[in-house]
Design a protein around this ligand. Sequence first.
Ligand SMILES: *Cc1c(COP(=O)(O)O)cnc(C)c1O
Length: 397
Amino acid sequence: MADKQRIETLLVHGVGAEGKSYGATVAPIYHTSTFDQESATSYGRFNYSRSANPTRDALERTLAALDGATRALAYPSGVAALDALSLLLAPGDEVVCSRDVYGGTYRLFAQSWRARGIVVHFVDATDDAAVENACSLRTRLIHAEALGNPLLSVCDVRALAQVAKRRGSLLSIDNTSLTPLNLKPLDLGADIVIHSATKYLSGHSDLTAGTLAVRDAALGERLAFHHNSMGSVLSPGDCALLSRSLATLAVRLERQQRNAEEFASRLHARWGSDTRADASRTSRVLHPSLSSHPGREVHLRQSSGHGAVVSWCTGDSERSARIAQGLKLFAVRVSFGSVSSSVSMPCFMSHLSVPQELSDFMPPRDLLRFSIGLEDVDDLWADLCQAIKSVDTGGAS
Ligand SMILES: *Cc1c(COP(=O)(O)O)cnc(C)c1O
């Protein structure tokens, strides 16, 4: 049975790809809006692609199996999947959200959701007592990233699930940075797991997509109702592209993580505690593979891998910017999880959307976020070394 297979096998074979003709190895993409009905008074399994489409159905069934869910839904972006959670809330309801989250999550919760009367509190979710203290009788949703972005802070999913249960709230975990290969939030008691499939799940910088998965059948029904009702569905072509990318997720992630661990370890050894006189603050390297990483104990208990994002606070934001600009193999761009490596300064890029009144929650200005790809790690390291050398000898400007 499909749900008994190991995750690597599931990723390659998927579940639910039906309708192949002529012995085709790959299922056709059902690029159709409508399905002709056998009679005027009864529907077949598919009738209109917003409601359901065989290509999306195959993807959603595979996604559900990967997360150990009963139901998964595919949206056109990660934030569209996040926004679908608001359909479970009413004006006056409260949300407690981790403060180490994607910049667009801040914008969505603190601006779009607040405009609809939802009250959002941002707290340090690595401290489950702080999460519990922020809960009130109206708290309906607790939201966190198990491995935060870009500070790579770790929250204890099992402890948060217990808080949510005591408070009669749902717990949603954004698992974008770990993927189902490293962490299964539903197994630890979360109610909803979210992925921006734009990142590792697709992995080739050619798609935006988001997913939600749940175990509770009634919750799945509610979300599926709104999925069709609101119409925020992933197109058949993009579903096929994402299904294809999933087939290589396990090998991509394994190699990217191995590269990231090596990169983080060299960076930490060489620059982990740089105390040169011109560094206004000390340099810090952040990756859960490092023994110095805060929250590592909880991370190792709940996750089987570390992701391929490595953050480095150089101690000086000007120096960080010049290093980023001096890199040749690493492209300067937002996002992460792609086969090709990139670097960003979240404070000036992905987290620019954090609203002004929450500016205390911005990532440090000197933080460089590396997304490590599939290149040879020696080449990546050589690229960083040449960029640092060039900055330190006054070459790059
Ligand atoms: C990118 C990202 C999102 C948003 O996803 P999009 O596909 O860009 O809409 C949400 N959560 C996390 C953790 C992300 O990294």
